[in-house]
Design a protein. Structure first.
Length: 261
C-alpha cells in the first residue's frame, strides 16, 4: 500500500512538474500559438486569425518607438523585439498566470499586449485611462533592454532593483516627447506630485492627461529624470547609487526649492 501511494505521489509530482514546465515554456516561447506574423525592422508581430491587423499603422508606430529607444543608453542594435497581440487569444490566459492586471508586459524578451488595440488611433483605451500606444511600446522595450543589459535574473519578478529604478527609467525614456514639450517643467511636475495624495494610494496619479497609473511609476520617472537631466547620472550609475529612495527624493525637493528662489 505504501509503495503504491509513493508511486502515486511521485507520478503526481512528475505530472505537476511537466505541466508547470510546459506553461513556463509557453510563456517564454509562445510563437507556436499564434497563426500569423509580420516582420518589420527589429520587430516581429505575432497575432491570431481573429485579428485584422492594420499593418501600415503598426509599422509607423513601431518605427517611431524604435527611433526614441535607439537614442537611450541601453539600446542594443542587434536585439530583436517579438510583439504578441494577445487580446482575445488563449495565450492571454496563460500569460496572466504571472499575475497583475496589466495592459502589457515584457517577459523573457517578449512584449505581450493583453488588451484591444487600434493602432490607427495610436492609443490604448481602458476603463481607467487612455494610454499612448507609442509610450506603451517604448516602456516595454526598455524592460526588454534592461534584462538584456543586466541579465534576466537581475530584472525578474523575483529579483529586481527598487521599483522606482525599475519602472522610472522605462517611463523616462517613453515620455521623451512630453518631457521636451515647450511648456514642460520638471520642477512643476515634482510640485504637482508632492501636493497630491498619490504616494498613499496605488492607482491615483495622472501621469499625463487621461493616463492614470500607480504612483511609483510617476515618482520613479521624476526621480530618474532629476538624476539624469539635472545631476547628469547615467542609468548604470543610478542602479549603483547606494542612497535610499527617501534620501534622493529629499535632495530633489531641495533642488525644487532652489529653482523658485
Amino acid at each position: 500500500m505504501k509503495k503504491r501511494f509513493g508511486k502515486f505521489l511521485a507520478g503526481t509530482f512528475l505530472f505537476g512538474f511537466i505541466a508547470i514546465g510546459g506553461l513556463i515554456s509557453l510563456i517564454f516561447f509562445p510563437q507556436s500559438l499564434f497563426a500569423n506574423q509580420i516582420e518589420h525592422g527589429r520587430f516581429t508581430i505575432h497575432y491570431g486569425d481573429d485579428l485584422e491587423l492594420n499593418e501600415s499603422a503598426w509599422r509607423q508606430v513601431l518605427d517611431d518607438a524604435y527611433q526614441t529607444v535607439s537614442e537611450c543608453e541601453l539600446h542594443n542594435p542587434d536585439l530583436h523585439f517579438p510583439v504578441f497581440l494577445a487580446y482575445n487569444h488563449p495565450f492571454n490566459q496563460i500569460e496572466s498566470l504571472q499575475g497583475g492586471d496589466v495592459i502589457a508586459r515584457a517577459t523573457a524578451g517578449n512584449i505581450v499586449f493583453k488588451v484591444k488595440i487600434n493602432a490607427a488611433d495610436r492609443v490604448i483605451k481602458t476603463s481607467e485611462s487612455t494610454v499612448d500606444l507609442k509610450v506603451a511600446i517604448i516602456h516595454e522595450m526598455i524592460h526588454v533592454l534592461q534584462a538584456d543589459r543586466y541579465g534576466l535574473l537581475a530584472f525578474s519578478p523575483l529579483q529586481h532593483p527598487p521599483m522606482w529604478k525599475l519602472e522610472g527609467y522605462p517611463e523616462y525614456v517613453a515620455r521623451q516627447d512630453y518631457l521636451h514639450s515647450p511648456t514642460y517643467s520638471l520642477a512643476s511636475e515634482i510640485e504637482r506630485f508632492v501636493k497630491s495624495e498619490a504616494p498613499d494610494k496605488e492607482y491615483t496619479f495622472e501621469a499625463v492627461s487621461g493616463h492614470w497609473m500607480p504612483s511609483y511609476y510617476f515618482k520613479g520617472r521624476i526621480m530618474v529624470e532629476y538624476l539624469m537631466d539635472v545631476k547628469a547620472l547615467t542609468y548604470d550609475e543610478i542602479l549603483l547609487d547606494p542612497r535610499s529612495e527617501e534620501e534622493i527624493f529629499s535632495e530633489m525637493l531641495i533642488w525644487v526649492d532652489s529653482q523658485s528662489n
